[in-house]
Write a protein that binds this ligand. Structure first.
Ligand code: PAF
Length: 282
């Protein structure tokens, strides 16, 4: 496995690979890797001749400096995991390599980056779009892989790729869960044993809401009920929302279950978790 910290050296290596007609699959990450990331590596390996994983904790997507400071950094373990799963190339730049001066560029995706995650984490998607643009320009991947857990992020990146005409096919892979249902996330590493159990309420609320919505109950009523259930367990729900999987507009009623996704965000102690499920699982 080749590890690069500098853009120039990485690009020289990729140029050589492209000359021998190799296709490049890209898995962008912020490290603290878990089985969810490894499923993306597997998907990339299955669909490309070379798999490149980036590990970079992007400062511009954190609207909360404390969250950035506490974001788990486990580079040695990450590299070992990637090596063990047959990743070919790691790109792990320092901040100075990615951002040269004060950051003035920003993105505006209209409503898409103002609702849900965008409402509760202002500026977050602009930072994501900025770093993903840089990474796509550096790597020029044939395909790039993202997890369904960050579904709104996937929609923002899809819009970005469409607007900027990136020649990269985007793939959204299903969320990987712990045996008890907790969606895998790098943030789970920061949960105490009690919080880890409390965190299960997110997936429970999603499943209950889905079942009851399909029986014709109103989202507005269910939202209040689920917020109260969360609170009883010491979990503070930020949103429980239904969206169209295609245009990501928010819905209050189920119109077409095959194009609907239910999303939740909540604070378990200091840790903010998100999760989602499709109304009709494929
Ligand atoms: O999903 C993530 O880990 C990050 O938001 C990404 C896409 C790597 C950009 O920093």
């Amino acid at each position: 496995m080749n590890i690069f910290k500098e853009i120039g050296a990485l690009q020289a290596h990729l140029k050589h690979a492209r000359c021998s007609k190799k296709t490049i699959g890209f898995v962008p990450t912020m490290g603290a890797l878990h089985p969810g990331h490894l499923s993306l590596i597997r998907a990339s390996k299955a669909g490309n001749s070379l798999t490149l994983c980036s590990i970079y904790v992007n400062p511009t997507q954190f609207n909360n400096p404390a969250d950035l400071a506490k974001y788990p950094r486990t580079m040695e373990a990450d590299v070992a995991m990637l090596e063990g799963h047959g990743c070919d190339i790691v790109f792990a730049p320092e901040n100075e390599e990615m951002y040269k001066g004060p950051i003035q560029l920003s993105f505006d995706f209209g409503k898409l980056d103002k609702i849900l995650e965008g409402e509760f984490r202002p500026g977050h998607f602009s930072g994501v779009a900025l770093v993903v643009s840089k990474l796509f320009n550096i790597v020029q991947p044939d395909k790039a892989y993202f997890g369904q857990k960050d579904y709104q992020q996937f929609k923002v990146i899809a819009r970005l790729a469409e607007e900027l005409k990136f020649n990269t096919k985007l793939e959204c892979e299903p969320t990987v869960r712990e045996q008890d249902g907790l969606a895998m996330s790098s943030r789970n590493k920061r949960l105490s044993a009690t919080e880890r159990k409390q965190g299960l309420i997110l997936y429970d609320c999603l499943k209950q809401t889905r079942q009851r919505l399909m029986r014709g109950e109103k989202l507005m009523t269910l939202r209040g009920e689920m917020a109260a259930t969360c609170l009883k367990q010491g979990v503070k729900m930020e949103y429980l929302a239904l969206a169209d999987t295609e245009n990501f507009s928010l819905l209050e009623n189920v119109v077409s279950p095959e194009h609907s996704i239910l999303l939740i965000a909540a604070y378990v102690g200091e840790i903010r978790l998100i999760d989602n499920i499709l109304l009709e699982e494929k």
